[in-house]
Design a protein around this ligand. Structure first.
Ligand code: T3D
Length: 263
């Protein structure tokens, strides 16, 4: 498969997408969206893939929409930002959220605008200490998109969301970890190794159990306790019928590491 704006590889159950327009801080172009669409097609079709890792090449993670390709970059007469969201960003966010495997985002540098919220789509976000998150939209008269108005208040509450969205200030990776915006901030020197270790670990876990974990946790914000308990019961029934559950219990009882197959 040929890609123009990303690198894509699959090895030992781990698919890795690297946004690859480093000179422009990996900002999104329509060609990059096409590449991401095709990479996600490949991930969805390949049953051997048990974890997806997303990161960026160079000093930035992703600076959001490439503003030289913005709907506003011409005369702006027919600007319809909603159409761009509908065609590219919204589809991508929903596909990533619904992937039945863990998605890890390794934020190597600045993540701004749609790039910041693209990172937050992931199930687990790890960031280099020098990385940062900027809700840059306010500086160009837009509101947070790419799921930002959904993810941010759920992750950090309304007060911090409003501050981040209205002021557009840089939020350091350390602060993002303190706020609970991301899972972990790690020293730059350890970042690549730790991100890969984390993703490889997940690629060897009980994949179906992890898919059901995602499903239950993401459903919880709109469920009552009673509905959520019912959902846990139903999903645990499914998990309880997997090979990996049998293997996990057997491994515990036999005092040996489990060898999960992902089903
Ligand atoms: O169609 C639509 O418009 C709707 C879609 C909206 C979704 C969105 O994502 S809106 C938000 C778009 N993003 C931004 O507003 C962020 C713009 N970038 C920045 O504010 C800064 O670049 C950063 C704070 C992220 C990083 O600053 P810094 O000083 O570390 O780097 P820099 O020098 O600004 O950028 C380096 C290069 O990347 C530079 O190119 P050059 O001059 O060396 O050739 C810069 O122009 C380019 N770059 C950075 N961000 C973008 C970009 N080029 C195009 N689009 C970008 N978003």
């Amino acid at each position: 498969m040929k890609f123009e704006c990303i690198l894509f590889e699959v090895a030992e159950g781990l698919a890795t997408i690297t946004l690859n327009r480093p000179d422009k801080l990996n900002s999104f172009t329509s060609a990059m969206h096409d590449d991401l669409r095709h990479a996600l097609d490949a991930v969805e079709k390949d049953n051997s893939v048990r974890c997806l890792l997303i990161t960026g090449a160079g000093r930035g993670f992703c600076a959001g929409q490439d503003l030289s390709e913005s709907v506003m970059s011409g005369d702006g007469q027919d600007a319809d930002v909603g159409a761009t969201l509908e065609k590219n960003y919204n589809v991508m966010v929903k596909r990533l959220r619904n992937l039945p495997i863990p998605v890890v985002c390794a934020v190597n540098g600045v993540a701004a605008g749609a790039g910041a919220n693209f990172a937050l789509v992931a199930d687990i976000v790890i960031a280099a200490r020098s990385a940062s998150f900027i809700q840059a939209f306010t500086k160009i008269g837009l509101l947070p998109d790419c799921g930002g108005t959904y993810f941010l208040p759920r992750l950090v509450g309304t007060a911090r969301t409003m501050g981040a969205a209205m002021l557009g200030e840089k939020i350091s990776a350390e602060r993002a970890e303190q706020w609970g915006l991301i899972w972990k901030c790690v020293d730059d020197a350890d970042f690549i190794q730790e991100s890969e270790n984390l993703a490889r670990h997940l690629a060897n876990q009980a994949t179906q159990g992890l898919a059901l974990t995602k499903q239950a946790i993401y459903a919880s914000s709109s469920n009552t306790l009673a509905t959520q308990l019912d959902l846990e019961r139903e999903l645990q029934r499914i998990a309880g019928r997997t090979y990996d559950f049998r293997e996990g219990v057997a491994a515990f009882n036999e005092k040996r590491p489990a060898k999960f197959r992902g089903n």
